[in-house]
Design a protein around this ligand. Structure first.
Ligand SMILES: [Zn+2]
Length: 381
């Protein structure tokens, strides 16, 4: 039997108390079943039909639906948090601690509280009488691989016409963000004694040539792509770390470079990767070496939702603010891929996310519930 819905602050406290760190580092990674079960229980108590979707070992998505059809509104949040270092916190990260008109706790703003606030807003509506469906989505692994959102998009079942993802934006509507590609490129030559260049084939020298060509490519990207909606209006490319060789008296046999590209809406992971592979192939060919490239992590896509979309228009009216951009990635592109027009807007600030003493300002709770209730009224009632 589902329990009755606890108070909003009690729900936030229970969600924070259920650890759900996700990380590409296996020693930090945890499952998220505890959070999923809480949201499932509360959703059922309100009359939602709940589906729990296995994503990977110990990882689950939740889709709670009320009403029928493929129209309506989706309210989505991720269940996972980044890892934390409890020694740097002033209170236990897994205990919601209220002080200074804030709720402190891991996931308080990024973004477990939003799940509680979406439930609190849903409680205000008779779910048996919806004109269009209302869907709550809680995803796995947003902070690590985005595998939860990817699975939902791959299943291809449209969950609604519009979607709100409640990442911490200080309750400002966001319609675009950059994408992020992390690529490792390795050149393999041949090691040999340093005294005779003919005894090997230096991967450090091919890498040097490759880096020079990458800088030319970066200039070309920055000439061709510019979007003034972003603080940094061009794509960026950072060469983050490099490793090659083992000793000054040996020719370097292999060399690896890690590249971080933040790209604009309209650019894709596939085309960037193809360009870089083409450059690497030219270098490998010139040096008589081989190369290998590998995408690390999620290869997060860029987001762009039309300002003229209904969800953007409604949120502009409700907040008095036109949609703008953020510097962080979200799951929004996966919903946009399903033709579900998505805006990112939620309580708390990204400045507190991924930080010790992460908090949600109490003053954001009521305005968020009111905004979500207004959206449910507009799209579903
Ligand atoms: Zn987040």
């Amino acid at each position: 039997m589902p329990r009755a819905l606890p108070s909003t602050r009690e729900m936030i406290a229970q969600l924070i108390a259920s650890p759900s760190v996700s990380s590409t580092a296996p020693e930090s990674d945890m499952g998220n079943r505890g959070v999923i079960d809480l949201v499932a229980d509360w959703s059922e108590s309100l009359g939602f039909d709940v589906e729990i979707q296995p994503v990977s070992d110990g990882k689950f998505n939740l889709i709670a639906r009320a009403g029928s059809g493929s129209d309506g509104l989706v309210l989505s949040g991720h269940t996972d948090t980044v890892p934390c270092d409890p020694d740097l916190w002033n209170s236990d990260p897994w205990v919601a601690s209220e002080r200074d008109d804030r709720i402190y706790g891991l996931g308080s703003c990024d973004m477990k509280s939003f799940l509680a606030l979406a439930l609190a807003a849903s409680r205000k509506t008779d779910l048996g009488k919806l004109r269009q469906p209302l869907t709550l989505v809680a995803t796995a692994d947003e902070e690590s691989t985005m595998n939860g959102a990817r699975l939902i998009a791959d299943n291809g079942r449209k969950l609604g016409r519009c979607c709100v993802i409640g990442e911490p934006t200080g309750l400002l509507p966001i319609n675009q963000h950059k994408g992020c590609l992390t690529l490792m490129v390795r050149f393999d030559g041949r090691s040999g004694h340093a005294s005779d260049p003919g005894l090997g084939n230096s991967a450090l020298e091919s890498m040097h040539d490759f880096i020079g060509r990458l800088f030319v490519y970066r200039e070309r990207l920055q000439r061709n792509y510019n979007n003034p909606a972003f603080t940094i209006p061009t794509p960026t490319m950072n060469l983050g770390h490099i490793h090659g060789g083992d000793s000054s008296n040996r020719i370097c046999g292999s060399c690896t470079l890690s590249i971080d590209i933040r790209f604009l809406p309209g650019m894709t992971v596939a085309s960037l990767r193809a360009d870089i592979d083409e450059i690497a192939a030219e270098v490998a060919d010139r040096f008589g070496q081989t190369f290998n490239s590998e995408i690390i992590g999620s290869g997060g896509k860029a987001m762009l939702t039309d300002e003229a979309s209904e969800i953007a228009q409604v949120l502009t009216r409700l907040t008095g603010k036109k949609p703008s951009s953020v510097a962080f990635g979200t799951e929004a592109p996966y919903f946009n891929d399903m033709q579900t027009e998505t805006i990112v807007i939620g309580p708390g600030s990204i400045n507190q996310a991924h930080q010790p003493d992460e908090y949600l300002p109490l003053e954001h709770i009521e305005p968020t519930v009111k905004m979500l209730d207004d959206l449910i009224a507009h799209f579903c009632r």
